[in-house]
Write a protein that binds this ligand. Structure first.
Ligand SMILES: *Cc1c(COP(=O)(O)O)cnc(C)c1O
Length: 471
C-alpha cells in the first residue's frame, strides 16, 4: 500500500523513482489508499441510519449483500459513509473490472457530459457509438465481418441476442444450460436455472425455453466430449434441432458458481450448432472484458461463438451492453426492430472507449493472469489447511471455491452453504467484501477489479483463513 502512495506522490517527478523507466506505463494514481481499514462496527452508525430510510422508501424486492453505504471508491477499495475501507472482491459483480473511478474513464465521461449527454442514436447518431462497435468487432472472438447493437443491460443483451437469432433462423426455441443465469426480465427469468428468487411468483414465464444438461466437471466427472454428447442428445430429443433458434451459454457460468467446462465441450457444441443451423450465443456478460486474462473467456476454450453478449465490465460502471457477432446474423433484424431510448448512451460509449484503451495501455490482460495466479496459489494453500474447500476453479480474476461438508470433498461433495454465509459475514466485519454464488449457495466467488494488488490479495486471504478457522 505504501508503494502505491509513493507512486502517486511521485508521478510528476518520474525520474526520481528508482524503478520506473521513462517509457514504462505510469503506475496508477490512486485517490484512495489501497488498504483495508475498519473503524466502526460493520455496518457503522451512518449506514444503519441510511438503512432505516431505505427500508421506508425502497422496495424490499431489491436486496443488498452488505448494507454499508458507499461514499467513494477507487481502484480496488470501497469507502463507506462511516470511513471504513473494504477490499472489494466483487467489483459490483464484475463491472468495475479496470478499477473503481479509473482516471481515464472518469475523464472521458466528464468530457462527454460537457459535450452532449443524449441525442438518441436512432434519431441523430454520433461517432462514439460507432467506435464502440468497431472495438467490439476487433476484440470479440472470430475473424469475420461483425456488427453490433448497443443496449443498456445484460438482460437486454440476452433478449436482443434471442430476438436476432429467431429472426435469422425463422425458428422459435431457445436452449440454455443447467446452472445458467441470464437476467431478470420476462424472457431471461425463464432462462435461469434458479426459480428462487429470480422468477418465483413472477410468471407466467416465456415459453419455448429448454434447459439442457451442462458440463460441471467437479460433480459430473465427464470429459468435454461426453458432456457435449449428453447436451446434444437432450437438444435433439427434447427440442429438435430444426425448431431450435439458439443455444445461449456462459463460457464460465457466473451466478451458477464459476463452473469451467471440461476441455472440448464448448467447441463440440458450436460444431453441432453450426451443422444444424442453430445460432450459438456466448453470454460473456460476467466473464468478458479482460476479466480472465483474455478479452473474452471463450478464447480460453478455443470457442468462436456466432454472437457474443457484453455488458457488466464494458464501460467502467456506466450502463452499457452489446450484442456483437456475424454480420449476416446481426443484419437479419429489420430497420427499427432493435434499439431503445438510452441504448448506446454517448457518456457510456465514451467511457467504454476509455476502458478498451486502458486495457491496452495498462496491459490489463496481464494483470488478469497475475491475479488468477496469485489468488489460485493462495487458495490452494488454504485448501491444504481446510478440508471444507472442495474445489478451486476459474480463470484469471474470476476464481471461486466450492465449500463442502468436512471430509466430503473427494466423495459425496455435500454442499456447505452455512460455511459460505459465515465466511462472507466474517470477511465483511473485517473489511473484505466477498460475493457468494452457486446453485446450492455453497460457492465463494472472487471477482475483483484488475487493480487488486498482490498485497491486497494476501491480506484478503488472511482474513478468509481466519474466517474458516473461526467456523
Ligand atoms: C449479470 C448477468 C446478466 C444480466 O445482466 P444485467 O445487466 O444484470 O441485466 C446476464 N448474464 C450473465 C452471465 C450475468 O452475469
Amino acid at each position: 500500500m505504501t508503494d502505491t502512495l509513493n507512486a502517486a506522490a511521485s508521478t510528476n517527478t518520474a525520474s526520481s523513482t528508482n524503478t520506473a523507466s521513462p517509457a514504462a506505463t505510469p503506475a496508477p494514481v490512486y485517490t484512495v489508499p489501497q488498504e483495508r481499514r475498519v473503524v466502526t462496527s460493520v455496518p457503522g452508525p451512518k449506514s444503519v441510519e441510511l438503512q432505516k430510510r431505505r427500508l421506508e422508501s425502497v422496495s424490499t424486492g431489491v436486496s443488498s449483500v452488505l448494507p454499508v453505504y458507499i461514499a467513494s471508491a477507487n481502484g480496488a477499495i470501497l469507502v463507506d459513509v462511516d470511513g471504513n475501507q473494504f477490499i472489494d472482491l466483487g467489483a459490483g459483480i464484475g463491472v468495475t473490472t479496470i478499477g473503481h473511478t479509473e482516471a481515464s474513464v472518469v475523464e472521458a465521461a466528464v468530457g462527454q457530459v460537457q459535450d452532449f449527454i443524449h441525442t438518441l442514436f436512432t434519431i441523430t447518431p454520433y461517432e462514439e457509438y460507432i467506435r464502440v462497435a468497431e472495438l467490439l468487432a476487433e476484440h470479440t472472438p472470430g475473424d469475420f465481418p461483425k456488427k453490433s447493437v448497443l443496449i443498456n443491460s445484460g438482460a437486454e443483451a440476452v433478449e436482443n441476442g434471442v430476438k436476432i437469432a429467431r429472426k435469422y433462423t425463422g425458428r422459435r426455441a431457445v436452449a440454455v444450460l443447467d446452472h445458467a443465469y441470464h437476467g431478470r426480465t420476462n424472457l431471461t427469468m425463464a432462462m435461469n436455472h434458479k426459480a428462487a428468487p429470480y422468477a418465483t411468483g413472477f410468471g407466467p414465464l416465456a415459453g419455448d425455453v429448454y434447459h439442457a444438461p451442462s458440463s460441471y466437471p467437479y460433480h459430473d466427472g465427464l470429459s468435454g466430449a461426453d458432456a457435449a454428447q449428453r447436451t446434444i442428445e437432450y437438444l435433439e430429443k427434447s427440442v429438435g434441432a430444426t425448431d431450435l433458434a439458439c443455444l445461449v451459454v456462459e463460457p464460465i457460468q457466473g451466478e451458477g458458481g464459476f463452473m469451467v467446462p471440461a476441455e472440448g465441450y464448448l467447441p463440440a457444441l458450436q460444431e453441432w450448432c453450426t451443422a444444424n443451423g442453430v445460432v450459438m450465443i456466448a453470454d460473456e456478460i460476467q466473464s468478458g472484458m479482460a476479466r480472465t486474462g483474455a478479452y473474452y473467456a471463450s478464447e480460453h476454450f478455443g470457442w468462436t461463438p456466432d454472437l457474443v453478449l457484453t455488458a457488466k465490465g464494458i464501460a467502467g460502471g456506466l450502463p452499457l451492453a452489446a450484442v456483437t457477432g456475424r454480420a449476416e446474423i446481426m443484419d437479419a433484424a429489420q430497420p427499427g426492430g432493435l434499439g431503445g431510448t438510452f441504448g448506446g448512451n454517448p457518456v457510456a460509449c465514451a467511457a467504454a472507449v476509455a476502458v478498451f484503451e486502458s486495457i491496452e495501455s495498462n496491459n490489463l490482460l496481464v494483470e488478469g493472469r497475475r491475479i488468477g495466479d496469485s489468488l489460485r496459489s493462495g487458495l490452494e494453500q488454504l485448501q491444504h489447511k481446510h478440508d471444507i474447500i472442495g474445489d478451486i476453479r476459474g480463470i484469471g480474476a474470476m476464481i471461486a471455491i466450492e465449500l463442502v461438508q468436512p471430509g466430503t470433498g473427494d466423495t459425496s461433495k455435500e454442499p456447505n452453504a452455512a460455511a459460505v454465509t459465515a465466511i462472507a459475514e466474517y470477511a465483511a466485519q473485517h473489511g473484505v467484501l466477498l460475493l457468494t454464488a452457486g446453485t446450492y449457495g455453497n460457492v465463494l466467488r472472487f471477482l475483483p477489479s484488475l487493480a487488486l494488488s498482490d498485497d491486497l490479495i494476501a491480506d484478503a486471504l488472511s482474513v478468509i483463513d481466519d474466517a474458516i478457522a473461526a467456523l
